[in-house]
Design a protein around this ligand. Structure first.
Ligand SMILES: [Fe+2]
Length: 250
């Protein structure tokens, strides 16, 4: 008698998030999309030339999911208790560095078809990952998230709802940051200009005319983004009580 085996279908790993439950804002935007290509294209070379002339005041990310990545605030809220709290204290306050970046400031001030009350530069080093999470403040519920890649490679991809999408440099796109999302960079350093934009006629029109993209499945990449973001803390991080309290409350 021959032993029989039941064929099994490989199942994609389920995304996991290590995050406190978030009560959504009553004014949360619907965001009926995963990835949207706005069709807007920007020549990034003049922007990169402008950035090459300044030393950007990078901060280490404050969010545990983003450990290992850095950001430079361009426009956000007033100064808070800790460096980088500007991202959660309000909007409309220009960082001093923006004075020296007139081409980037023009993009924040309407050159792309909308004005951005919050914007920053996000730097993902080589071989870095932003673990799965939902952007979990009322502000983020109530704003669309748009990115303009400035320096990137096909190895730099965003993930939303388990699907992965790369966007070339100069491609203005939106993605749903109110759904589980993350990012993986298997290429060289990746630099994105990031905008938070409230609903309004201009942005609503731009997004309505955008092309939805589904992204691709990638089970190993999703498994990596589903790891506990605190599983590889360094001794220095563990010894920093302010940092640890912050991480453990996220
Ligand atoms: Fe996020």
């Amino acid at each position: 008698m021959t032993a029989s085996t039941t064929p099994t279908t490989p199942t994609a790993p389920t995304a996991r998030m290590y995050q406190r439950r978030h009560a959504r804002s009553p004014q949360a935007l619907a965001k009926p999309y995963t990835f949207l290509d706005t069709g807007v294209r920007v020549d990034v070379e003049p922007l990169l030339a402008e950035l090459a002339d300044v030393e950007l005041p990078y901060l280490e990310s404050l969010w545990k999911w983003h450990r290992g990545t850095r950001f430079t605030i361009l426009r956000a809220g007033p100064q808070g208790a800790l460096p980088g709290d500007e991202l959660i204290t309000g909007h409309g306050v220009d960082a001093p560095i923006l004075e020296r970046l007139p081409r980037l400031r023009a993009l924040l001030d309407g050159a792309l078809g909308f004005t951005a009350p919050l914007a920053w530069l996000g730097l993902s080093p080589p071989n870095s990952a932003i673990r799965m999470h939902v952007d979990n403040t009322a502000h983020w519920d109530e704003h669309h998230r748009l990115h303009l890649p400035l320096i990137t490679s096909p190895g730099a991809r965003l993930s939303v709802m388990g699907r992965f999408q790369h966007f070339p440099a100069g491609t203005l796109f939106a993605f749903n940051n109110s759904r589980p999302h993350g990012a993986i960079n298997e290429g060289p350093a990746r630099l994105h200009l990031v905008f938070d934009v409230p609903a309004g006629p201009e942005i609503d029109g731009l997004l309505a005319a955008s092309t939805p993209l589904r992204g691709e499945l990638d089970a190993p990449a999703l498994a990596r983004l589903s790891e506990d973001p605190l599983s590889d803390l360094t001794p220095e991080e563990r010894a920093d009580p302010v940092r640890m309290i912050r991480y453990l409350n996220q």
